[in-house]
Design a protein around this ligand. Structure first.
Ligand code: GTR
Length: 409
């Protein structure tokens, strides 16, 4: 008989150091149990009934209801050169506009390996500090003054390459992948102004907001989907093989993008933590209450009702992971990133494994959290805990590439 409730006890005996502080015992909702108590036994039941039920919860209680397509999506190549990184790649910088007047847009920076036989798979993710901050490539455009004027009042333009260590472009390109990124502020500036700026203004105008209205993570995820719309027009790219990834708040975003847009072939969460991969019921590190206070614009307002009442949530974050099934999913943590609860991030994979199983794929089921820098790949799930701080490093990319090689090559 299918296990009805997955019970996870205190985590005292596990080898990973982050376990030294056990969380409260908790019970996770069974992703395969319908709200009316029926147990899902077929792929069809999952796809037609249970998955929509969970998506409805996540939309109405957590991220809000994202809108459909932009009113006038169109693309303009701003710059293109085959000489990036000494001829390793072709660089394209593209304005992806959402409206006719091009008031709302993002600028996508894309590198495509020149050594390719046909369309290549790609990694896509948003960045924090501007495209120019992801690389020492001097030809990457700086954010335009009109865009900068919309960013948070305390946003300072960064030096080039300040976040270059997070974007190992040459390594990615040499492994046969294209890579594309945009600054998340282009889509929705990361501060709370009551949703007057960013794409909320374009898509909603003065429409009154309610508890289920989409918020900022949802807007960033929507931006990722618009980039995928663009990638679908690029003959050099195999748009059926695009991995979406993100770090931290942008890791929460990549998970939501993977849930809402099933065109993404593979989904990676890097240190996404609370409201990303980490199990909320553990209340370890950042909590729902804390995140809703610190970042009220990230989630729909209904979400704050679960602060301190995580056990009342009709879902938990393993079900966000389950939304990606049966597509490959990778969850990465860092050993010093207690705030993001590496143990809770691991257990969301374990909690989603039954859904992968339904599709005939193995998943991660071992309840012992892996050692630091012992990556685990089982079936369509991958995981590692990098030694060190909350960040993205070459080590992380090495694991992502070898995971992606199994599915996207
Ligand atoms: C922290 C926040 C985390 C995480 C992080 C980040 O302040 O508490 O949830 O998103 O920011 O995005 O770097």
């Amino acid at each position: 008989m299918i296990l009805r409730l997955i019970t996870v006890a205190a985590l005292a005996l596990m080898p990973f150091m982050g376990n030294s502080q056990p969380s409260n015992p908790y019970e996770l909702p069974d992703p395969l149990k319908m709200e009316d108590g029926t147990i899902v036994r077929t792929k069809r039941q999952w796809i037609k009934e249970r998955r929509p039920e969970i998506m409805e919860m996540l939309r109405s209680q957590m991220f809000g209801r994202e809108p459909g397509q932009a009113p006038d999506l169109h693309f303009k190549v701003l710059e293109e050169s085959p000489d990036a990184f000494g001829g390793l790649a072709t660089r394209k910088q593209v304005k992806i506009s959402f409206d006719k007047d091009e008031k709302y847009y993002l600028v996508l920076l894309m590198y495509i390996p020149n050594d390719r036989k046909g369309p290549v798979p790609a990694f896509l993710g948003a960045n924090f500090k501007g495209n120019h901050a992801t690389t020492n490539d001097p030809y990457v455009l700086l954010p335009s003054p009109d865009k900068l004027a919309t960013y948070a009042p305390n946003y300072k333009i960064e030096e080039r390459n300040t976040n270059g260590h997070r974007w190992e472009y040459e390594y990615i390109l040499k492994h046969g992948y294209a890579v594309a990124t945009f600054c998340y502020n282009d889509v929705d500036p990361d501060f709370h102004d009551g949703f007057h700026n960013g794409v909320h203004q374009l898509m909603d105008g003065d429409k009154p907001r309610d508890g289920e209205s989409w918020a900022t993570i949802s807007a960033w995820a929507w931006g990722l989907s618009r980039c995928l719309d663009f990638l679908e027009t690029q003959k050099e790219i195999n748009a059926r093989k695009v991995a979406v990834l993100g770090h931290s708040r942008l890791g929460k975003t990549s998970l939501w993008a993977g849930a809402t847009d099933q065109r993404f072939a593979l989904v990676i969460s890097n240190d996404s933590g609370c409201s990303g991969a980490a199990i909320a019921r553990r209340k370890y590190g950042e909590t729902v209450e804390r995140i809703c206070k610190s970042f009220p614009h990230w989630f729909c307002t209904n979400y704050s009702a679960y602060g301190g009442r995580e056990e009342k949530m009709p879902w938990d974050q393993h079900e966000l992971i389950a939304m990606i099934a049966p597509r490959p999913v990778y969850v990465a943590s860092a050993s010093e990133d207690d705030w993001a609860d590496p143990v809770g991030e691991y257990f969301s994979l374990v909690g989603a494994a039954s859904v992968y199983k339904l599709f005939g794929y193995d998943g991660i089921t071992d309840r012992t959290v892996p050692e630091i820098e012992h990556p685990v790949v089982v079936g369509r799930m991958g995981h590692h805990i990098r030694r060190g701080e909350h960040n993205v490093r070459l080590y992380d990319w090495q694991q992502y590439i070898s995971f992606a090689d199994r599915f996207l090559k």
